[in-house]
Design a protein around this ligand. Structure first.
Ligand code: GLC
Length: 517
C-alpha cells in the first residue's frame, strides 16, 4: 500500500471504528418501551428513562444543528477513496437475506403475542369489522380521512358490482393544529366537513351517515367507538389520548349544527383492506407505506386469545409500526439519533426505519456526519442541511430518479434547495448512494413485515396485498425492491403474493364499513 493510500485507509477505518463504538454504546442503552394498562384498560406508554445523561430533543427547526452559514469545525480532510466511504455505509445499511429471515420469524412471534395479551409492542387491535364486502353494497356516504399531514373529506358512492365513485376535498393539517389542543383540531375537521357539504349541495337537514378514518393507534370497543392510545407521526394534541375520538368529532359536528352520524371508526389499513376486497376477494392483507407505516389483515376470531373464544373472522389492525425489537432490527447510530430527538422516543421504531416521515431525516443525519468528517462537499454544509426534517423524503425520490451523467437534478436539490455551496459529481454520487441504501433498507424491512403476515395466516398459496401510501406510489423502485426481498424470503412462492397499488382505499373503505355497519 502506498503512503497516501495507507493514510486514506486510516481515515475511513477510523471513522468506521468510532461510529461502530458509538453505535454499540447507544445500542447497549436501548431498553424496550414499556406499556402499562390503567384501570380503564387504556394502554399508556410509560416514559422511558435514558441510561445516558441525554434528554430527547423535539423535532423543531429551533434545534437546528448550526448557526448561520456553516463551516463545520473539523478541517476538511483530503477526500478519501469513494469505495471506502461507501463500503462503511453499506456495512451499516445493507440488510442481508439472513437478517431479514430473522426479522420475519421474530415478527411472526410478536404478532402471536399481540393476539394473546393487551400490552404488547405490536398491539394487534381488533377492528370490529367482521364482514368483508362482496361487491353488492350500494349507497351514498361521507367519509373523513385523517392520515397524517393531510385530511380529506370524501363523498363516496357505492355503485354495486365492485364499483366506487368518489369526490373529495383535501386539507392540510398545520403544525400548529398538530401540536395544539384536541378541541381545536376536531373543530377544524367539523368546519371542513361543513364547507364540503355546502359545496356538494348536501342536505344536512336529514342525517348523513359517515365513516371516520383515523389513522392512529386506537383501542376500539365497538365499530364506532374507540379511545386513542397514543399519538404518532408528529401529532401531540392534548386532551385526546384516552378519549373516544368518535365522541370528540361528534361533539364538534354538533357545535357546527351538522346532522352527521358517525357510523364507523376505521384505521386507514382497515379501510384499504375493505376497499380492495370490494373488487378482489383474495385481499387478506393491506399495508400503508406513507407518512407512517402499518398493516391490517384478516384473522380468525378464535386465534385472538385476548378476546377469549369465538367464531368467524375479524380484521386486525396490527400497528406494526411499533415493532421495536432493538436486538433484531438493524438499527444504526442514525436511527438511534433520530429516535432520541423525535416527539415519541422509543416508540414506532420500525415505522421510523421505513416510512416517508423519517427516511429523508435519516439521510440528512448521515450527510451531516459525512460533511463533518470532510467526506462531502469539501466539509461545507449549509444551514438548511443542518436543520432537522428539512431534507424531505421527496428529495430522495428525485435523487434516485436522476439518471443523468452529471446528476444534474441531484445538484439542484443539494445546491438550490438545500443551500450547499458546491457539490462535485463524486459528492452527488455519494448522496445518491446514501438515498439508495436508506430507501432499499426501508423497502426490504417492509417486505419482511409482509412475509411475516403471509406466514402468520398461512396464505402462501394465494394472497393479494393492497398497498396505499405516497412512498409506495411515488418512490422509485420501492415496489420492485419489496418484490426482490419477498423472493429472497419466500422463494418461488413469492409469485403467489400479489402486491397491488390501492389508491384512496382508506376513505372508500370507511364508507364501505359504514355501509356494512
Ligand atoms: C401510524 C399509525 C397507524 C397508521 C399508520 C399509517 O403508524 O399509528 O395507525 O395506520 O401510521 O398511516
Amino acid at each position: 500500500m502506498r503512503k497516501s493510500e495507507t493514510f486514506l485507509f486510516g481515515v475511513t477505518t477510523g471513522i468506521a471504528v468510532v461510529a461502530t463504538v458509538q453505535y454499540l454504546v447507544q445500542l447497549a442503552s436501548y431498553a424496550f418501551p414499556q406499556q402499562k394498562t390503567t384501570s380503564s384498560g387504556i394502554i399508556k406508554p410509560v416514559p422511558v428513562r435514558f441510561k445516558q445523561s441525554e434528554e430527547p430533543v423535539a423535532d423543531t427547526a429551533a434545534n437546528s444543528e448550526v448557526g448561520s452559514s456553516v463551516t463545520l469545525s473539523r478541517p476538511p480532510s483530503p477526500k478519501s477513496s469513494l469505495p471506502s466511504v461507501l463500503e462503511t455505509l453499506d456495512n451499516q445499511l445493507v440488510v442481508s437475506s439472513s437478517k431479514l429471515q430473522k426479522i420475519v420469524l421474530h415478527m411472526v412471534s410478536e404478532f402471536k403475542k399481540g393476539l394473546m395479551n393487551d400490552n404488547e409492542n405490536i398491539a394487534m387491535l381488533p377492528s370490529f369489522v367482521v364482514n368483508r364486502p362482496n361487491g353488492t353494497e350500494v349507497g351514498d356516504y361521507l367519509a373523513l380521512d385523517l392520515g397524517g399531514s393531510n385530511f380529506r373529506v370524501c363523498r363516496v358512492t357505492l355503485e354495486g358490482f365492485g364499483n366506487i365513485r368518489m369526490t373529495h376535498a383535501k386539507y392540510t393539517v398545520s403544525n400548529e393544529l398538530k401540536t395544539g389542543s384536541g378541541e381545536k383540531l376536531f373543530d377544524f375537521f367539523a368546519e371542513c366537513i361543513g364547507s364540503f357539504c355546502k359545496n356538494q349541495g348536501l342536505d344536512t337537514g336529514k342525517s348523513i351517515p359517515m365513516g371516520f378514518t383515523f389513522s392512529f393507534p386506537v383501542e376500539q370497543t365497538a365499530i364506532n367507538k374507540g379511545t386513542l392510545m397514543t399519538w404518532s407521526k408528529g401529532f401531540i394534541c392534548d386532551g385526546v389520548v384516552g378519549q373516544d375520538v368518535v365522541d370528540l368529532l361528534q361533539r364538534s359536528l354538533k357545535k357546527k349544527g351538522l346532522n352527521i352520524e358517525i357510523k364507523a371508526l376505521v384505521n386507514d389499513t382497515v379501510g384499504t383492506l375493505m376497499a380492495h376486497a370490494y373488487s378482489d376477494p383474495q385481499t387478506y392483507i393491506s399495508v400503508i407505506l406513507g407518512t407512517g407505516t402499518n398493516a391490517a389483515y384478516v384473522e380468525k376470531v378464535d386465534n385472538i386469545r385476548k378476546w377469549g373464544t369465538g367464531n368467524g373472522e375479524v380484521i386486525i389492525n396490527t400497528e406494526w409500526g411499533n415493532y421495536n425489537e432493538a436486538t433484531i432490527l438493524p438499527l444504526t447510530p442514525w436511527d438511534l439519533k433520530l429516535d432520541r430527538r423525535s416527539s415519541n422516543p422509543k416508540h414506532q421504531i420500525y415505522e421510523k426505519m421505513i416510512s416517508g416521515m423519517y427516511l429523508g431525516e435519516i439521510v440528512r443525519l448521515i450527510l451531516v456526519e459525512l460533511v463533518k468528517a470532510g467526506e462531502l462537499f469539501n466539509g461545507m454544509g449549509s444551514q438548511t442541511l443542518s436543520t432537522p426534517y428539512r431534507f424531505d423524503t421527496a428529495y430522495m425520490s428525485r435523487i434516485e430518479r436522476d439518471h443523468s451523467l452529471s446528476l444534474a437534478d441531484t445538484k439542484q436539490v443539494l445546491e438550490d434547495v438545500m443551500g450547499v455551496p458546491k457539490s462535485s459529481v463524486e459528492d452527488r454520487r455519494i448522496v445518491r448512494h446514501v438515498c439508495e441504501l436508506v430507501g432499499t433498507r426501508a423497502a426490504r424491512l417492509a417486505a419482511a413485515g409482509i412475509a411475516a403476515l403471509v406466514t402468520k395466516i398461512n396464505r402462501l398459496d394465494a394472497c393479494t396485498v393492497a398497498i396505499d401510501g405516497s412512498l409506495y406510489e411515488h418512490y422509485p423502485h420501492f415496489g420492485n425492491r419489496m418484490r426482490d426481498a419477498l423472493r429472497e424470503l419466500l422463494g418461488i412462492t413469492a409469485e403467489n403474493i400479489l402486491l397491488e397499488q390501492a389508491r384512496d382505499g382508506s376513505g372508500q373503505g370507511a364508507a364501505l364499513i359504514a355501509a356494512l355497519a
